[in-house]
Ligand binder design. Sequence first.
Ligand SMILES: C[S@@+](CC[C@H](N)C(=O)[O-])C[C@H]1O[C@@H](n2cnc3c(N)ncnc32)[C@H](O)[C@@H]1O
Length: 344
Amino acid sequence: MFHDSGHDQGVRSPFNANLNRRIAETPSIIALLQAAPDEQQLPVLLLAAVHSLVLAEPDLELAQWYPTVTADAFDSDPFPAFERLCSQRGQQIREIVALRFTQTNEVGRCALLLPALGMLDAEVGALSLIDVGTSAGLNLHVDRYEYRYSPGGTVGRASRVVLICGTRGAVPVPDRLPAIAGRIGIDQHPIDLSDPDEARWLMACVWPDQADRFQRIEAAIEIAREHPPEIRRTNAIAGLRPAVSSAGEHGHPVIMNSWVLNYLSDAQRVDYLGELDAIGSRRDLSWVFAESPALCPGIPFAREFDNDSEHLTALTLTRWRNGVRTVEHLGVSHPHGYWLHWAN
Ligand SMILES: C[S@@+](CC[C@H](N)C(=O)[O-])C[C@H]1O[C@@H](n2cnc3c(N)ncnc32)[C@H](O)[C@@H]1O
């Protein structure tokens, strides 16, 4: 389950891009991936499997090249040590790729969700969050992080997770955190952070040379373990109604989606929207999403996009009030929340 192409690794992770190139030339390593289901036989899965080994065993020779293991990582070519580890631990790597698929939970997206939640907090008061496609539930802790918008200022308490977001336009950076009265996550394959192997796997799926992402996910996992939210293992469509019903007991229900709707089929997206409309016809409801217009046909984005990059992320706020749906395009952003450009 991943959406980062090889091209992006070249730009954003030279470490993985180099290993990718070398793996492609090494049949004995490619063979390890044959243990994975057909659609998962991608080098990124193998790279995450090896990353998980070095995180679990920092004394391995290869670990000395990983900035996620040591602050003094070697900057020479890691491939000879990578190849040795693949040969020594082939069976273990086969077992990992057979069992796992790449998983992400990008806490940086909270910097995108926060202004929209601030608008809702000002409008309706306490919010009860339902994060659909929540992964490990890290974005349910949106009010436990510190935000630095530039320009825009600082919001939130001093936190181990500091999110820095460059802004353009009149981003309504709230002057206080929204009141969160309830939190429910829904995911068909949630990550259970109480299981050290699952937590490590989530971290292993972060590219090794993206130290900022790695550090903040590590800190966010600590916070989530201190405040475990309710996470329901269910499908986005089937889980929606019961979750809104539970959440609505605590505050105004707000559905959140970030980089999830692209995993639904066209028909599932129609069903999902139908469910939201059916619920919204009977009770006030809000829906905030940060999704890729290019990958989510059928979803109302409230404007057309000239830029067809799959990475362009649109932030949209949909409200159902007294049975009437309105859709507001809020802005466009970096997929991981590093910048947010507000609409007029
Ligand atoms: C790319 S991750 C994004 C996770 C999180 N929203 C974030 O922004 O970091 C997509 C998540 O959606 C979940 N997912 C995909 N299809 C789903 C479905 N039909 N029902 C529930 N969860 C789904 C996956 O299991 C995965 O955890």
